[in-house]
Design a protein around this ligand. Structure first.
Ligand code: CUA
Length: 160
């Protein structure tokens, strides 16, 4: 079989691009731990305030799990509960979040935490937060007239 020279170049280029993409995605998924939020747990979004753990939003220390803290977040138009969370730097944290009304976002600026919160679903993300400082939590899903004011703060405190 005869392949034109240019065709060989294109085949090499195409195969090379595919390999590069797979390596980039692989590094993101396995090394940097970018994973899609689970969205496999469901909840009655009209009863969020009465259902544990969302009846008590905030940070809790837990024992006997693969993480040391759980940060329970309830989003609703146009704020988050809690408004602020203080987490010891370097700790392993599971963020457990849901919404009481429409779709909201949960993006922690400067980190790779970025979840979509959908009514009726629980979004979870386990991560280790290694940088001290104040991290703004932003809603990045348009949710109504107060969307641009919707924010909270995560403070990472202690010695790095
Ligand atoms: Cu909540 Cu935008």
């Amino acid at each position: 079989m005869h392949l034109h020279r240019y065709e060989k170049w294109w085949l090499t280029f195409g195969t090379g691009a595919l390999v590069v993409f797979l390596v980039v995605i692989g590094i993101g998924a396995f090394h940097q731990e970018h994973q899609p939020p689970s969205s496999v747990k469901t909840i009655n979004y009209e009863q969020v305030d009465k259902i544990a753990p969302f009846n008590e939003p905030g940070l809790k220390k837990v024992a006997g799990k693969e993480w040391e803290y759980e940060l329970v977040v309830v989003a609703s138009a146009f704020y988050y509960a809690p408004v602020e969370a203080e987490i010891p730097v370097g700790s392993r944290v599971k963020i457990i979040a849901t919404t009481k009304d429409v779709v909201h976002g949960f993006e922690v600026a400067g980190t790779n935490i970025n979840m979509m919160l959908e009514p009726g679903y629980i979004s979870e993300y386990v991560t280790t937060l290694n940088k001290t400082g104040e991290f703004l939590v932003l809603c990045n899903e348009y949710c109504g007239t107060g969307h641009h004011t919707m924010k909270s703060m995560i403070k990472l405190v202690g010695d790095e």
